[in-house]
Design a protein around this ligand. Structure first.
Ligand SMILES: NC(=O)c1ccc[n+]([C@@H]2O[C@H](COP(=O)([O-])OP(=O)(O)OC[C@H]3O[C@@H](n4cnc5c(N)ncnc54)[C@H](OP(=O)(O)O)[C@@H]3O)[C@@H](O)[C@H]2O)c1
Length: 337
């Protein structure tokens, strides 16, 4: 598939490109990325026809929004779709007092969780200012899962379904944002949110990939029924589906456990047999699901990005998918390209 092909974003009047640009790495995730490399990455994506960009206040404590806006500000506003998130406010702080982890040398702000109505409105306004843009198209409630919030999750979820929901619903009804949703690392949290509220979309990170498809248990079928769009982030499971099962490979932002290494190694054997790059399969598999219009890929360098753009349209034979299913490496009910 061409990375720049436009696909309908569920029931909403928005078209996103099948390849989306994930702006978490340019918030200096784990390691610094220079200004010039981050601008070159956005430019490479733009030149390849990518017109969907996902950022968040949390990414580099505002740095990712600043960098994303710096480039996109000068592009015709109706030509691209921009997503950001709510759930944290950024308070200006002295640099030496800030705990930047997992970001490296981020912007001089301390994030504070805030899922209230007022906090959500403030977050939305602050994002517009940092981006320097007149409009945000898609807004996700960020990190209301157990992965991010641990034991506080039930309370946080409840607060978000009240405060954030009311604020975003108002912004949507006023036409200030076109699509509202939830951005998390757990599909069952998305499922619960969709059962509770009339969301348009989700950003599901790492939980519908070539490695794992449990989101087919209820959540993705409900999205299809309701016309909710799912943007998949973390589609390389944070690295291992791009690098393969090599020493130091990452799964869920940590060293990959043995069982994951073993499963990826088996998938790689099939890849070798059919001469298909693992990352090409990872990219193309995700967007074969009818509820998933876009794969938001994260990259650290222009070279990685160029490779991923190429792999997006690498010709993968139909038999490859059939073989993965035959070996039980892919769920039988998972749609394939
Ligand atoms: N809660 C949420 O809403 C949420 C959560 C997660 C992600 N997201 C969104 O989804 C986007 C993507 O997620 P992600 O970046 O966390 O995970 P990802 O796309 O699964 O993995 C990205 C990592 O894979 C590696 N990689 C990518 N292309 C490669 C290539 N060609 N060769 C070798 N390695 C390659 C790089 O690792 P190295 O850095 O080690 O080189 C890169 O940082 C984010 O930027 C963000 O926009 C949202």
């Amino acid at each position: 598939m061409n990375p720049g092909v436009k696909r309908k974003f569920g029931r909403v009047e928005l078209d996103v490109t099948a390849f989306g640009f994930g702006a978490a790495p340019i918030g200096n995730f784990l390691k610094p990325i220079s200004e010039s490399e981050s601008q070159a990455m956005i430019e490479t994506a733009w030149d390849a026809g990518v017109r969907f960009y996902d950022t968040a206040p949390m990414y580099g404590h505002g740095l990712s929004e600043l960098r994303t806006g710096h480039y996109l500000r000068w592009k015709p506003r109706d030509e691209y779709v921009l997503a950001t998130k709510v759930g944290r406010l950024l308070r200006p702080s002295r640099r030496e007092t800030i705990d930047f982890a997992p970001w490296s040398n981020a912007a001089a702000f301390t994030p504070q969780f805030d899922y209230s109505y007022d906090g959500t409105m403030r977050s939305f306004e602050d994002s517009l200012q940092r981006l320097g843009l007149e409009r945000i198209d898609v807004c996700f409630i960020h990190d209301i899962d157990r992965f991010s919030r641990g034991d506080a999750q039930p309370e946080v979820f409840q607060a978000a379904m009240d405060g954030c929901w009311r604020a975003l619903e108002k912004l949507r009804s006023e036409g200030q944002v076109k699509a509202i949703g939830v951005g998390v690392n757990e599909w069952d949290v998305c499922y619960e949110a969709l059962k509770r509220r009339d969301f348009d979309c989700f950003l599901l990170a790492g939980r519908y990939t070539l490695l794992e498809q449990d989101a087919l248990n209820g959540f993705l079928p409900l999205c299809e029924k309701r016309g909710a769009a799912v943007a998949v982030g973390g589609g390389f499971n944070s690295g291992i589906l791009a690098t393969g099962a090599r020493p130091g490979a990452k799964y869920n932002y940590s060293p990959a456990p043995e069982a994951i290494m073993a499963k990826v190694a088996r998938i790689e054997q099939v890849c070798t047999r059919f001469a298909v790059p693992l990352a090409a399969a990872a990219l193309q598999f995700v967007v074969a699901h009818p509820a998933i219009p876009t794969f938001i890929a994260g990259t650290r360098t222009v070279e990685q990005l160029k490779q991923n753009l190429e792999w997006f349209s690498f010709p993968v034979p139909k038999d490859f998918w059939a073989e993965l299913k035959r070996q039980g490496l892919l769920r039988g009910d998972a749609p394939t390209p």
